[in-house]
Write a protein that binds this ligand. Structure first.
Ligand SMILES: Cc1cc2nc3c(=O)[nH]c(=O)nc-3n(C[C@H](O)[C@H](O)[C@H](O)COP(=O)(O)O)c2cc1C
Length: 183
């Protein structure tokens, strides 16, 4: 079974998650291709998809959104998982008591879920280094506003056991599907 792990990452945190997912799938015997979402050609040649992007200002990486829209037909007909690397810190609820995994769900996920019916849409804690060179106008703007910059937790909050467990779940589902298809 050929699995594509397609990702988009500005500063590397999401790339790291995509790499760990790909390694976990590969270790369990799947043929995995790890590729930037905007570089994928011939998506229809894969049997299953994991698409992961960073979230900024409530939006999923536009390369991932474009990839899913462009390949809607292929993804809708095969097992597909989406993930977003977004919230910073470790708090599961925000200061208003809201579930962080709900408030940080990218705005595009409803539309994309409607299009491709993913097996799961997962939000993972991300990472942010305030010393990193800003990418794009918005980050430059935030860099100039100490109040905004200081309000965001800095550090690497990626939950590797949770990421690996999620990838193991994908392996189990794909194996189950292969057994069902063969019987
Ligand atoms: C200016 C700025 C805005 C952000 N906006 C969001 C957001 O709206 N939702 C979210 O979940 N995370 C947000 N984050 C956190 C990033 O998504 C997180 O750092 C992510 O892991 C970065 O991934 P990357 O290194 O692959 O770019 C923001 C971070 C920065 C610096």
């Amino acid at each position: 079974m050929k699995v594509l792990v397609a990702y988009a990452s500005r500063h590397g945190a999401t790339k790291g998650i995509a790499e760990r997912v790909a390694q976990t799938l590969e270790r369990r015997g799947l043929a995995v291709t790890l590729e930037q979402a905007d570089r994928v050609r011939q998506a229809e040649t894969y049997d299953a998809f994991v698409v992961g992007g960073c979230a900024y200002m409530f939006h999923w990486a536009r390369e991932c959104t474009a990839f899913v829209r462009r390949n809607e037909h292929a993804l809708a007909g095969r097992p597909t998982w989406l993930f977003s690397s977004g919230p910073l810190g470790t708090d599961l609820v925000d200061e208003k008591g809201r579930d962080v995994m709900v408030t940080t769900r990218p705005k595009e996920f409803d539309e994309l879920a409607e299009r491709v019916h993913p097996r799961d849409q997962r939000i993972f804690f991300g990472a942010w280094d305030p010393g990193a060179k800003p990418v794009g106008l918005m980050e430059r703007f935030v860099g100039l506003m100490p109040a905004a910059k200081n309000a965001m937790p800095a550090g690497d909050f990626r939950d590797w056991p949770a990421i690996e467990a999620w990838a193991e779940g994908i392996v189990s589902e794909l194996r189950m599907q292969a057994v069902t298809a063969a019987s």
